[in-house]
Design a protein around this ligand. Structure first.
Ligand code: ARG
Ligand code: GLU
Length: 719
């Protein structure tokens, strides 16, 4: 019985390419994926998706700001991405009188489109396999350092040799843990204007409560436009610039989706680790995730208490809270999913089969025992690293001021007055925005609670003297680590005093910083951390990385028939699957499509997460959906599919069998977020806004019909 189960798990693991799993390089679709995609219903060829000699789908896929994905949906550079991807820009343009977050924003003509300095949009012109050139003269007997030296020499040469236009960039990235290398020729546009955004009651509907959750009812989209110089090439913002002329853009299908339809998601997934050994999965579920979750839980509970009591604080902390809560919630789902799908046991089964296939004298036989040994050394240190980075680096806000102060001190001591002055200027700008949304009383309570967690849960040898339990006083008997002490004694949490301090001459600024108790405390903490944790850990991780590269190679050689896809690394990828529901638990089935009825069900008048505008209520009452209704007469909102996505895929288009846009990716279903380590087709689902809801909001809700007119709406299912 036991062996049948292992057998089944093994079968699933080895025959990895069942519909859904994989983030594939567009370059290899022809050889690896085309046949399967067509068998799943796709009517396109690999060349229709990626082709460097003529227009193809890839010319419509744009890396948005380097952190999200977006796509062209008109001949005139109109870009679609998520509301949460454009959130910073929408917020920047908002004031109390013109609150675009609350009311939405719609440019009624080109002149009203708003510039966003610093925002970029990047096209991929060509992907080139440069593995052979980068790995020239590398041999397997080299030490890791020797290998790296050869590679870095080759890299600069290969990069210099790649032909490109003056306006293009090249970057070369490692794949499969450094077993392969690919070069990307890119073109980056720098004048990207905001065109439209729905109000938060649509674009952020359900907010944190519904984040990572299915069934979902969020219209998470916003619109931008790429502007170019008159020759259609990149240029800094200028009034002379004109809308970019698209080489290719996605037509939009308004025929809708149903269970079983082919879907493809095209974008820039950020980071996955699918080929780790089982010990690493154990480390994540048993040690690292529980630590990070508990720290954030504590911090969130404190912030939440203040937000609920005070409206002004609620606004000040809303975006910070959302950022901390996003990954807190993700890790909970991830651990749940890894446990539920027996990811550890599955990896174990795979490792058994891997070892069985190796010849008796294979050097690869050492890999797994070596991993066991290295992770044994790594885990306690990685635990402290995560503890430190969550507590000191992430959740106690004032530590950021301390870091800047430290940089200011060393810029003076290492480089003199000129550097000091230029860094001081930047620091003052950062502090202006830091203090705008800062409440010392909240932060000091977080300080108190989290430093206590650190000293309770981390071995005393990794804590600064000033933190050790029972020894919480400095040499003068002052209680240095209490938040209430710091609330009064440090200057760093008081804007006007801090700005005053910074206004002095270099010498006195440095002296004042060095005398601040928070500075003394955080500096000693960092010193202990660097010496006792960061340094030994990086030596171990150097060995783990090198072993992971060999393990990757060994997996590929040992399973020659299996199709491997490289881990996500923020480069362009294609994933495909089908529209499908799932069983989250016994006796429960989730349908794959949600409707406006669900928005109304969740509606809580006046609530900041679930309020619905009168306008929307009226459209619902009159069932005034125009051409955007589903066949059943209802207005579709979101749908899910088996596409393998991760962070960075936000804003990626969901594309139908014919190459038309049918939806906009923005999230994953909770338990399925473990697909970053272990994709499982039974529960891994990506969440997309239905294209028809997007069009409905633009057209019927916002009355921005002129934007609809520049798109191409199509009926592929009717033809
Ligand atoms: N979970 C989605 C993604 O990582 C959406 C995040 C933004 N929304 C939010 N409520 N925090 O990143
Ligand atoms: N919201 C995520 C993003 O910003 C996508 C969700 C996921 O991690 O799949 O990219």
């Amino acid at each position: 019985m036991k062996s049948t189960i292992t057998g089944i798990l093994l079968f699933l693991f080895i025959n990895v390419s069942f519909a859904g799993e994989g983030m594939w390089l567009p370059l290899f679709l022809k050889s690896l994926n085309e046949a399967e995609m067509q068998q799943m219903g796709m009517k396109l060829t690999a060349e229709d998706i990626y082709n460097v000699n003529r227009g193809s789908l890839k010319d419509a896929i744009v890396h948005f700001g380097g952190f999200c994905t977006s796509e062209l949906i008109s001949a005139e550079g109109l870009l679609l991405t998520n509301h949460h991807c454009g959130y910073g820009q929408i917020q920047n343009h908002s004031t109390l009188e013109k609150n675009y977050l609350k009311k939405g924003f719609w440019a009624m003509n080109r002149g009203e489109e708003l510039a966003n300095p610093g925002l970029t949009a990047t096209f991929i012109n060509e992907i080139i396999d440069v593995s052979e050139r980068v790995l020239k003269q590398v041999d397997e007997n080299m030490t890791t350092s020797e290998r790296q030296a050869v590679i870095s020499k080759n890299l600069s040469k290969v990069e210099a040799d790649i032909k490109r236009e003056a306006y293009q960039d090249v970057s070369i990235r490692p794949f499969f843990n450094g077993n392969q290398y690919f070069a990307f020729i890119t073109t980056t546009y720098r004048d990207i204007r905001l065109v439209g955004a729905p109000p938060e009651s649509i674009g952020k509907y359900g907010s944190d409560t519904d984040n990572w959750v299915w069934p979902r009812h969020t219209g998470d989209f916003s619109l931008f436009r790429i502007y170019a110089a008159p020759d259609n090439l990149p240029a800094d913002y200028s009034e002379e610039n004109v809308p970019y002329k698209s080489k290719h853009y996605l037509p939009i299908s308004i025929d809708g989706v149903e269970k079983g339809d082919f879907t493809m998601v095209f974008g820039f997934p950020g980071r996955t680790q699918e080929y780790l050994p089982s010990v690493a999965i154990k480390e994540i579920t048993e040690v690292l995730n529980p630590a990070k979750i508990s720290i954030r839980e504590k911090a969130l509970s404190i912030i939440d208490k203040y937000m609920r009591a005070n409206e002004e604080i609620r606004i000040q902390y809303a975006s910070k809270y959302a950022r901390v809560a996003n990954y807190w919630k993700k890790w909970i789902g991830e651990s749940t999913g890894l446990t539920k799908t027996k990811a550890y046991q599955k990896k174990k089964g795979f490792e058994k089969e891997f070892t069985k296939r190796l010849p008796k004298d294979s050097p690869y036989r050492n890999i797994l025992p070596q991993f066991d040994q290295l992770y044994k050394e790594r885990t306690p240190l990685a635990y402290v690293r995560d503890y430190y980075s969550e507590v000191a680096g992430r959740n106690i806000e004032i530590m950021r001021v301390s870091q800047m102060a430290d940089r200011l001190v060393s810029s003076y001591e290492d480089n003199g007055e000129a550097r000091f002055n230029s860094y001081r200027e930047r620091m003052i700008t950062s502090l202006e925005s830091f203090y705008k949304n800062y409440r010392p009383e909240i932060d000091m309570e977080v300080f108190e609670a989290l430093t206590k967690m650190y000293s309770d849960n981390v071995d005393a040898k990794y804590a600064p003297k000033l933190m050790k339990s029972g020894n919480r006083e400095d040499d003068n008997g002052r209680n240095m680590i209490s938040g209430s002490y710091l609330l009064n004694k440090t200057v760093f949490n008081k804007k006007s005093e801090m700005m005053n301090l910074l206004a002095g001459d270099a010498e006195s600024v440095v002296n004042a910083i060095k005398a601040d108790p928070l500075y003394i405390f955080s500096k000693s903490w960092k010193e202990v951390f660097d010496k006792e944790v960061a340094k030994p850990l990086s030596a171990i991780e150097f060995q783990i990385d090198s072993l992971q590269r060999i393990y990757m190679k060994a997996q590929m050689e040992t399973f020659p028939k299996r199709k491997f896809y490289p881990d996500a690394n923020s480069t362009m990828r294609v994933t495909y699957g089908k529209v499908n529901g799932y069983n989250p638990s016994d006796a429960v089935y989730y349908e794959p499509v949600t409707y406006l009825e669900g928005v109304i069900e969740k509606y809580k008048p006046g609530d900041y997460e679930f309020d619905v505008s009168d306008k929307m209520l009226k459209l619902f009452e009159n069932k005034d959906y125009g051409q955007y209704a589903d066949r059943n007469g209802k207005l579709p909102i979101c749908f899910i599919g088996t596409n393998h996505t991760t962070g960075g895929n936000s804003g990626s288009p969901a594309i139908d069998a014919h190459g038309n846009l049918i939806g906009l990716n923005f999230d994953r279903a909770w338990e399925g977020t473990m697909s970053d380590y272990n994709y499982d087709p039974s529960i891994c689902r990506n969440i997309m806004v239905d294209a028809r809801y997007i069009l409905f909001v633009i057209d019927k809700y916002a009355g921005a019909k002129h934007l609809i007119d520049e798109m191409s709406l199509v009926h592929p299912k009717k033809n």
